[in-house]
Design a protein around this ligand. Sequence first.
Ligand SMILES: [Zn+2]
Ligand SMILES: [Zn+2]
Length: 309
Amino acid sequence: MGSLAPRTEVGQDSGVTDISDNRPSPRAPGQARDVPLDAHLHTDLSPDSQVPMELYAAQAFERGIPEIALTDHLDFMPGAPAYEYADYPRRERMIRELQERWAGKVTIRFGVELTYETRYESEIRKHLASHRYDYILGTCHAMSDGPYARSRIASFVEGKTIAEAVAPYFAEVAGAIRSGFFDTIGHLDMVKLWLNPWFKATDFAAIPEAYEPLLAALVESGSALEVNSSGLRHPTGETYPGPWVVRRFHDLGGRRVTTGSDSHLPHCFAFGLEEACEIVAAAGFDRLTLQRAVDRGDLVLPERFHRKV
Ligand SMILES: [Zn+2]
Ligand SMILES: [Zn+2]
């Protein structure tokens, strides 16, 4: 259990990736080919990745993936790993140059994975009012002073039901949805990862009532739901969120979904996206989306997924 101890802040992503990438999951998903999009990628402009952005563009071209979004971390809590980590003008310049180099081969979006916290909502609003991105992904993380921090999660969980244990995370996710800031809400239930030593994916499937208000708010907001495939290489063993949540989102009237590998390592690019697209198709969606309220025919899922629609 010790080696699976939850990480804090953005380190959680790369830390767990380091552990689990040495253990093939029973499903053994791999790096996808010929899917429309990988909309969640971390480059060396994130504190927990060393992947040069060029490498993602090259892999996308080689794998027949026509579009990618570079979504480096941005935190608002002073002292958090991605607080003032990558200078915006430098990021923008590097990505615009990359776009030019790959024009006609791979469409590259200047994205951001912005850590939403209710307490920093006014700072986030100010930032978004004065900085332009092609794609804004909103997520919630385990902050070092919050209940899911490695140093305090065990005592936080003790004596709690799963519904009580997820409540602080889902409350922040609800805030992210309500804020209206984001094209997409990413890894809706990554709390599964931190709580994995105590609660498994099947336990989460037994509390649909905890997801229901999030999904209803998401439908109302028009933001997209991300199917984040990093869970397929984590001990959790399923996407964030799992297939049943994506189906429920569709049934409630959700119309926009996207897929992302949340890669922090070269070999995690597009990892598990074949499975993510299958989940999307099985839930009843026929296409992916990127920017809010923009419907694009070129993000329709390839024909091999159609039978599941
Ligand atoms: Zn994240
Ligand atoms: Zn990420």
